[in-house]
Design a protein around this ligand. Sequence first.
Ligand SMILES: C[S@@+](CC[C@H](N)C(=O)[O-])C[C@H]1O[C@@H](n2cnc3c(N)ncnc32)[C@H](O)[C@@H]1O
Length: 266
Amino acid sequence: MAKPERTLFPREFFKEIDFRFRLRILFSRFLNESPRKSKRRVFELYHLTDDEIIAQLKEAYPQRQEESTDNRLKTSKGRFKKIAVKLGPIAADTYLDVGAGDGIFTLAVAQAWYIDHVFACDTTMYGGIETRIGRFYLSTPNDLLPHLPVPMDLISMIQVLHHARDPVALIQAAHQMLNPGGHLLIKEHDVSSPSMHQLITIEHALYHLIKEDDLDWHCDRPIEIKSQDEWQRLMEANGFTTVTLHKDDFEITNSFWGLFRKESCK
Ligand SMILES: C[S@@+](CC[C@H](N)C(=O)[O-])C[C@H]1O[C@@H](n2cnc3c(N)ncnc32)[C@H](O)[C@@H]1O
């Protein structure tokens, strides 16, 4: 009997070396296993169904060595320091990280740009964020941001906009909260091809399917993935000018960092 069609891991993309290579790195990072082991995994899964692949990953996931928060914090600081050099210096005294998660990148950004007054918000509260950041606010799932006591010089949305119900509402809310001349920093996927689109979908599905306790982080609804040009056009249509855009070489899902400035008058 013919095996059911695969929708999550469509076979057509396995002809692309680049797709197989990226999938292998994705598995290796997700399961914290050697690239060699992940290479074999990718090779073997060609003959399996979506359900069989997921079952295999679900079995392997709890056995991986979880990275400590201290280690993740150290890695994100090191990574963002390099990105900050590429983006250039910015002068900011107040900073809000929207969709901060557990605050790992909030601290990395604040430290790289020497920002004193740091705020964070998210629709969900993750363990440890209050002790790490201090000023944490809950924002609403329908993309409204909390009221803060002072206007912001910098707002970031790091891997957040593609999870938002209404990314335009979030961009506009950020624009309102920023001082004139203030900056918006984003990190997003740049969807450049159908296979890249699928790889990003797989990455999000892995978290959704395997870490079921973590639904908010990854896809309780379809993610909105766009190209870098589309994100840039969206920013510019909402009162921002582009300062600079930089590819994040660490990510295999084609991520880029974008720094935008609020025009003095819209
Ligand atoms: C992929 S995680 C990124 C977390 C963190 N920025 C990082 O890079 O480590 C996306 C985060 O965005 C949050 N989020 C999604 N929609 C949001 C919204 N409308 N307002 C605030 N946070 C939101 C989710 O709860 C989640 O914590």
